[in-house]
Design a protein around this ligand. Structure first.
Ligand code: SF4
Length: 327
């Protein structure tokens, strides 16, 4: 690159950082995990926010910290208690991995969080994104993050599709090495509230002058069609108790979690007590709930209603019990 172009590119990156950070300072949302740079809290929020919306995470984040305020407390907890605190957030593998990582941190590091991206990535459940987020936000290490929001901003600013390693390189090129944690959060925030997937708010965007697209990039992504499935459950209830079954320990999905007993599909004149819809990744479930005696009571258990918030329920079981006003 000739010298003039290099100087122009450097000025452009500096301007981008300055404007983005100034905007973040004035407009960032006041979220509970932004009050602290404690690595345990940063880690917890980053894991919870994977695949889950901010609004849904806030309550769980606060309650989880109330139950397990430190990594040592989390490491010492029983898995059932950790899953119960996670119950309703979905993707329970995240909770299991956090629990396993907490034990490693306590056993091998005396409860002290590793600070480098490399050591963080060696922990169970910590991938490249999470390691970079913790290293930059909690330890001020100059490493950029790439998540869905950052990816969208980078591509629109560049005016082209970027894939794989190109994205990480573009993010690291733009990173403010003096304030990497703020910069990373600012990029994610911009993608979440201004440079949104549909109808980005370009007129209020702090980096509009440096953006090649100023709108949506032409879409090339394929839409994955949703599958439809019907499923039925027995809501078997007696005085102050409900009958639930526990998924197998080695089940590939949601092992050990509690749910209502599933029933064979129904044909005929009768209809369920109530129905609801439930979506899991690419499947839409039409759920029928029948107030009747569960078949095969041998493998389940009567659970007192007041204990329901202390056991790890599947998201769908929680939804049904809420609808039935038992939870
Ligand atoms: Fe996104 Fe528009 Fe800002 Fe470009 S100008 S980064 S498209 S919000």
């Amino acid at each position: 690159m000739d010298l003039q172009l290099e100087v122009r590119a450097r000025n452009e990156r500096n301007g981008f950082r300055r404007r983005l950070l100034a905007w973040y300072g004035n407009h960032r949302r006041d979220l509970p995990w932004r009050a602290s740079r404690d690595p345990y809290r940063v880690w917890l929020s980053e894991i919870m926010l994977q695949q889950t919306r901010v609004a849904a995470v806030i309550g769980y984040y606060q309650e989880f910290l109330r139950r397990f305020p430190t990594v040592t407390k989390l490491a010492a907890a029983r898995e059932a208690g950790v899953l119960a605190a996670w119950s309703g957030l979905g993707y329970y593998r995240r909770a299991r991995m956090m629990h396993a990582a907490a034990k490693v941190i306590v056993r091998e590091q005396g409860g002290r969080f590793p600070a480098s991206e490399k050591e963080l990535r060696a922990l169970p459940g910590v991938g490249r994104y999470t390691a970079a987020a913790i290293a930059s936000i909690a330890f001020n290490k100059p490493v950029a993050v790439v998540d869905g929001n950052v990816e969208r901003v980078l591509q629109r600013v560049a005016g082209k599709r970027l894939a794989g390693e190109e994205l990480w390189t573009a993010a690291n090129d733009r990173l403010d090495a003096k304030r990497p944690g703020d910069f990373n959060q600012a990029m994610m925030e911009l993608g979440a509230v201004v440079c949104t997937p549909r109808a980005p708010g370009c007129l209020t965007c702090p980096v509009i002058e440096m953006c090649a697209t100023r709108g949506e990039l032409a879409a090339t992504a394929k839409v994955v069609p949703q599958k439809k499935r019907e499923i039925h459950y027995a809501l078997d209830q007696r005085d102050g108790e409900v009958f639930l079954v526990q998924r197998a320990r080695d089940a590939s999905l949601m092992p050990d979690m509690w749910e209502l007993p599933e029933m064979a599909s129904r044909n005929g004149a009768s209809s369920p007590s109530f129905t609801l819809r439930h979506s899991v990744t690419v499947t839409d479930y039409a759920v029928g709930v029948w107030r009747e005696v569960a078949a095969g009571r041998a493998r389940g258990k009567w659970i007192p209603l007041e204990q329901l918030d202390r056991i790890a329920l599947t998201g769908l079981a929680r939804k049904i019990l809420r609808r039935a006003e038992m939870l």
